[in-house]
Write a protein that binds this ligand. Structure first.
Ligand SMILES: C[S@@+](CC[C@H](N)C(=O)[O-])C[C@H]1O[C@@H](n2cnc3c(N)ncnc32)[C@H](O)[C@@H]1O
Length: 167
């Protein structure tokens, strides 16, 4: 059984409060329209999917998804998102990126399916944190970074000028 499978029953009890603190910061820093479409990549039990709009979630952990009450959850991986280009106004990934097997491919995929804004909450103590930060900076225009507890939260947008220059 994978790590999250092994802790799935206690996940909410262990992490709910700290994850909700991050969500409060994210809500306060994005102008969310109720008609917006959001994708939560690595949604787990759904704590991070609590926004007042349409929110779809994707995660590979069947045990965590069993505890996720949403009817818009999909089993899948960040490296291969089963959605069309530009399908979501917002793409978020909360304390999940360090788990992805191929972080560059995951970031490319999130960028592909997202349109307007991207929020990545990155575990600061992860050995991959610096690599994740530089991949985010290469792929997006970072508007701001807010530190909350164990994470640094990156608020990003696509940058047309930047993308054009890289082609
Ligand atoms: C610390 S949990 C965070 C869950 C949720 N975002 C939250 O805030 O409670 C990390 C999540 O990343 C998921 N994950 C691991 N590898 C993944 C991958 N390749 N693609 C998408 N999610 C993945 C795990 O299953 C787990 O649900």
């Amino acid at each position: 059984m994978d790590y999250y499978g092994s802790i799935s029953k206690g996940y909410n009890e262990l992490y709910k409060d700290e994850q909700l603190n991050k969500l409060t910061i994210i809500r306060n820093n994005i102008k969310l329209n109720k008609t917006a479409k959001m994708l939560d990549v690595g949604c787990g039990t759904g704590i991070s999917s609590q926004f007042d709009c349409f929110v779809a979630g994707v995660d590979p952990s069947v045990s965590l998804l069993k505890l996720n009450k949403s009817d818009k959850k999909t089993i899948g991986i960040a490296e291969w998102l089963p959605f069309k280009d530009n399908s979501f106004d917002y793409v978020i990934s909360i304390t999940a990126i360090h788990n992805f097997a191929n972080i560059k491919k995951s970031i490319d995929e999130m960028k592909r399916v997202g349109r307007k804004m991207f929020v990545f909450s990155v575990l600061k103590k992860s050995k991959k944190a610096n690599a994740i930060k530089s991949l985010i900076a290469k792929s997006f225009k970072i508007g701001k970074i807010i530190e909350e507890g164990k994470d640094a939260i990156f608020f990003c947008q696509k940058s047309k000028i930047f993308d054009h220059a890289r082609k």
